[in-house]
Design a protein around this ligand. Structure first.
Ligand SMILES: NC(=O)c1ccc[n+]([C@@H]2O[C@H](COP(=O)([O-])OP(=O)(O)OC[C@H]3O[C@@H](n4cnc5c(N)ncnc54)[C@H](OP(=O)(O)O)[C@@H]3O)[C@@H](O)[C@H]2O)c1
Length: 237
């Protein structure tokens, strides 16, 4: 594994894909994961290793963890979002959110962090959500998984900062990509009213923040959650 490799989960669409595109402009090796839409990663085939992995599946996740060992930059953008009220949420969707948003993130960090500590360098980034800190109907479990990611980032950063490893999160607000589709369909007026700066965010807005956070320019930033939300969380507008 070339240590400069950038691993991006959920790279087959939306924000993850924009992150992959942003890093690919640096000419760095990429290891990109997708699942059902992995074929959407074909345009990257000449500059990336592409891995199909269902992160809900423990055996596949173990295999993917072997694939990423030695990479010093890991971004977890893959996610499942359930938009039903808790009383209507199926066990299956709850399980999917817990396995992709929580278990896979923990496992990826456990595997990736050891070589990072040995190298005294490394960067782990979770793509969280404003939902972790701002209440939203129909997102109780999803919000809980994102709050987990943010708490985990802070605590893990405290464990590994002295070894040169940085662990942070980026928390997007309403971004024009897959996760928002359900909410846009269910409550378009609510989403519109929440757009403090008058537009939805773009996946590229988030990708730029992630790219910066993983750069040496952000070398003093540990255990933070960077909101990329057009002012959504602060009630700007
Ligand atoms: N869009 C927003 O407004 C918004 C707001 C706040 C936070 N976020 C966060 O931003 C990140 C990206 O969101 P997005 O809107 O870009 O989502 P998206 O377009 O729906 O992409 C989700 C990604 O997750 C992957 N994924 C889903 N289930 C998977 C599974 N079981 N195994 C492996 N991969 C799986 C998908 O892969 P396949 O399609 O190949 O299966 C896809 O690449 C997520 O962490 C989300 O929580 C988004």
């Amino acid at each position: 594994m070339d240590p400069s490799t950038v691993v991006v989960t959920g790279a087959s669409s939306g924000i993850g894909r924009a992150i992959a595109e942003r890093f690919s402009r640096d000419g760095r090796p990429l290891l990109l994961q997708g699942n059902r839409n992995v074929q959407a990663l074909e345009p990257f085939a000449d500059r990336a290793r592409i891995v199909r992995c269902d992160l809900r599946d423990c055996a596949q996740l173990d295999g993917f963890c072997r694939d990423i060992e030695g990479a010093l930059t890991v971004v977890h953008a893959a996610s499942v979002v359930g938009t039903d009220l808790l009383s209507e949420l199926s066990d299956e969707v709850v399980e999917e959110m817990l396995s992709v948003n929580v278990r896979a993130w923990v496992k990826l960090c456990r595997v990736a962090v050891r070589p990072m500590m040995r190298a005294r360098k490394g960067c782990l980034v979770a793509i969280s959500s404003v939902t972790a800190r701002r209440a939203s109907r129909g997102q109780s479990v999803y919000a809980g998984t994102k709050a987990f990611q943010e708490g985990f980032v802070r605590a893990l950063a405290a464990e590994v900062a002295s070894r040169g490893v940085r662990v942070n999160a980026v928390a997007p607000g309403p971004i024009d990509s897959g996760s928002l589709k359900g909410l846009l369909a269910q409550a378009p007026e609510e989403v519109k009213a929440s757009l403090a700066c008058g537009r939805l965010g773009l996946p590229e807005d988030v990708a730029e923040a992630v790219h910066w956070l993983c750069s040496d320019a952000a070398g003093f930033i540990h255990g933070q959650v960077l909101s990329v939300d057009g002012g959504f969380q602060r009630g700007v507008g």
